[in-house]
Design a protein around this ligand. Structure first.
Ligand code: PLP
Length: 421
């Protein structure tokens, strides 16, 4: 089936009431039939609901639907995108290991990798997403993950996904792709060799800025890559915390299974059933919205490119952009999502311009139906040093826009008056 159809139907089987809308199962726990049933569920001899920290029927529909959209085998929803990223990495790496990350990343992912993972003994090594040839020199026997964004936030680069996954496969290293900005409507990283896809559902998935959530998706047949792979003993040897369970021997998608049974069980960043329900509503219109976000952003990018006070526009849908070829190659119909950034002369002119906008809201979010303006150097990337800022493409005069679903006539009028202010 096509993605538009899957977005409306995948993962939901109507219950005895025939409800068209997916019900919200707002519950903490579930009754067992008897002691044996309970014991079987805990021992994985039977699959079923135990406790909402581990699984929930509403969340299950969200997970199945999202996995289908990505063309993956299974998914695990989390309470935020950051939690999904942490679980995706912590499932593969532990103290003493290292991960290779694209330098051009979401601010929260950069601080997680550089500071928090470091405290847990996991070292992050950085490569330029525009230059995958840097990757091999960073790799060693302790490398467990290559992590990058398909469409980077906020520098707006399009990764050469196939080039990166080819290097990873050669060395038996897992790739994790953050597909938040592209969404499965534009790009399906599994088709280009990715192993795990993560998302912040807080952005285009919810679509109207309604809720925080995340999701981790694994590709089909990942077990074949992990079985006997010396980098990942945790999947090939018995899990002490689960009666010696060996994940490669379980006939279920193993990456999400282990993330659920150990990480979600012990760390508990579970999504609420209500938020999972909101994400299901968002998915129903995702493909329509992504087309419109992309169309609007293209019009705004072309306006900005022609404006004398704008020094540079970063939008992969522009022919002048260095990412244009990758966008045409990896993104459906060349759609390039709603995120764009541009540079004005200085920190001062950026601040003046941002403060002068009226229709754009000054907010650190993206993917809302309402248009948003952000000044990364003073907000999302404030914790980074000047040198680190430049390395990840955040210059003082850089302004980021998340183009919403308003009329482009009104958006352009607002930008015009703000640039002239
Ligand atoms: C927002 C965002 C995240 C973090 O997601 P939260 O839901 O805010 O935790 C991760 N990656 C990218 C690309 C994002 O835009």
């Amino acid at each position: 089936m096509q993605l538009q159809t899957q977005a409306l139907h995948a993962g939901y089987e109507k219950d005895s009431q025939g409800t068209m809308a997916v019900p919200i199962y707002q519950t903490t726990a579930y009754e067992f039939r008897d002691v044996e049933h309970a014991a079987n569920l805990f021992a994985l001899k039977e699959l079923g609901n135990i406790y909402t920290r581990l699984n929930n029927p509403t969340t299950d529909v969200f997970e199945k639907r999202f996995a289908t959209l990505e063309g993956g085998a299974a998914a695990l929803a989390t309470s935020s995108g950051m939690a999904a990223i942490f679980y995706a990495i912590a499932n593969a790496a532990q103290a003493g290991d290292n991960i290779l990350c694209a330098r051009q990343m979401y601010g929260g992912s950069l601080t997680q990798a550089s500071y928090t993972l470091k405290r847990f003994g996991i070292e992050a090594r950085y490569f330029d997403v525009q230059n995958p040839s840097e990757i091999e020199a960073l790799m060693d026997g302790k490398t467990k993950v290559i992590f990058f964004e398909s469409l980077t936030n906020p520098s707006i680069d399009v990764a050469d996904i196939s080039a990166i996954t080819a290097i990873a496969k050669k060395h038996g290293v897992l790739t994790i792709v953050d597909n938040t900005v592209a969404t499965p409507v534009l790009c399906r990283p599994f088709e280009y060799g990715a192993d795990i896809v993560v998302h912040s559902a807080s952005k285009y998935t919810t679509g109207q800025g309604l809720a925080i959530g995340g999701i981790l998706v694994e590709r089909h047949d990942l077990v074949d890559f992990i079985r006997s792979n010396a980098r990942y003993p945790q999947f090939n040897e018995g899990d002490e915390s689960y009666h010696g369970l060996v994940y490669v021997d379980v006939p279920l998608p193993l990456y999400t299974l282990r993330a659920r049974l150990s990480l979600l069980r012990d760390l508990g960043a579970v999504v609420s059933p209500f938020n999972a329900w909101l994400f299901i509503q968002g998915i129903e219109t995702l493909s329509l919205r992504m087309r419109e976000h992309s169309r609007n952003a293209q019009v705004v990018a072309e306006f900005l490119e022609a404006h004398p006070k704008v020094q540079k526009v970063n939008y992969p849908g522009l022919k002048s952009n260095s990412n244009y070829a990758n966008a045409q190659r990896y993104f459906q119909d060349g759609m390039s999502s709603g995120l764009l950034s541009f540079e004005v002369e200085s920190l001062e002119s950026a601040k003046r311009m941002v403060d002068a906008t009226k229709l754009f809201s000054l907010v650190v979010n993206i993917g809302d139906s309402k248009s948003i303006i952000t000044h990364p150097a003073s907000t999302t990337h404030q914790q980074l040093s000047g040198e680190a800022l430049i390395a990840c493409g955040v210059l003082p005069g850089l302004i980021r826009l998340s183009i919403g679903l308003e009329s482009t006539v009104d958006l352009i009028n607002d930008l015009k008056q703000a640039l002239d202010a």
